[in-house]
Design a binder for this molecule. Sequence first.
Ligand code: GLC
Length: 408
Amino acid sequence: MCSFDAMKESIENVRLLFTLTTSDLQEIKEAFQEEMARGLRGEKSSLKMLPVYMGRPKGTEKGDFIVLDMGGTNFRLMKVHLNGKRGARIEAAMRQTIPKKLRQGSKEELFDFLAHHLGTFLHKCQYQDTSFAFTFSFPMVQKSVSSGMLVRWTKGFTVPGVEGEDVALLLSEALQRKGIPHLRLRALLNDTVATLLTASYQSPGFDMAVILGTGTNACYIESSTCLQVNLEENLGEEVIVNLEWGNFNRLPVNEYDHLLDISSPNPGEQRMEKMVSGLYLGELVRLILLKIKGKSSPPYSLSSKKLTSLISNDMTDPREKEIADLVFSRSAQIVAATIVAVITWLDPHVNNHHRVAVDGALFTGYRRYRKRIEEFICQLLPNKGKLIELYPIKSGSGIGAAVACAMN
Ligand code: GLC
């Protein structure tokens, strides 16, 4: 048999494996809502449903703030100006990759690295104030606005001794070691929360924020009465809940998902993230190409950025293009189903208009991906899909942290 036919056969199989039907998407939506309900009741669930000690901003918050933003592969330092009239400007910024050896090394090395760069940045900005905000884009259990215990590392971090610890404390110890103990952490928050705060600072009416970048996650505004876990303090009528949806595990998985999962540093965890986010899409494509073309390359060598240029390059082998497209498309399908799950949780018949803030390079850097999500939302909600509007938010994790600082 000619090898081309064998390949065609395999691509058809990949198409089958990576295409979800409308009824699959409905099932995902329902399973997601069941997990939400369990998580809110404090029962065992793949959705952590972490309450956050912060409300909506008014839009009048004002001042200059220093933000340390630790996302996944990158970290950024920013000086953010809030004008008190819903306007924000980043006045100085520095961005750096967190080297792999720090992502997997000792906790002192990691936090000393952050403290060192924070000190240098403050010196450069000649910043007089002594407080700052920290966006830490990992699951945290928070008992106050300025502390948070890391539940689990995600996105390839494996630094021992941090899970179960207060990251605010670890950072302040590192600041002491670096001779800058006077710096005070005023707000510690997840990137989804920061994105929701950024959007809500700029204009009212957002229900939800989503991150589609190296990792994926979402938060939304819940009524406090639905939250049946013990809180340290009364949070008012509304509470922001960090879903940690990357860990949702009731999705139909195939052999490639399985292969990726078992060779990852956290098998069995972050199953949705491993099917959706930028860190993993290239790896899925690499595993498929290895199987059907014998095309070998080192693990994680195909970034999602390379994938997008592969799709838009006329010179690319059309079969590779199709595979990349299928993997992106399934990611968009899952995101559409889970956004619809959250919105219909809040408003079962979608009687109102809903605004969803979205940040992350996968979404902001790839128009076709965004269009796909919108199309799949309409497929799931044929007459109401257009009432859910996705708003791209720029620098959400930085500006929102400044807003949190101003609010506290
Ligand atoms: C991972 C983290 C989560 C974060 C997301 C996006 O899923 O666990 O906290 O929000 O990545 O950065």
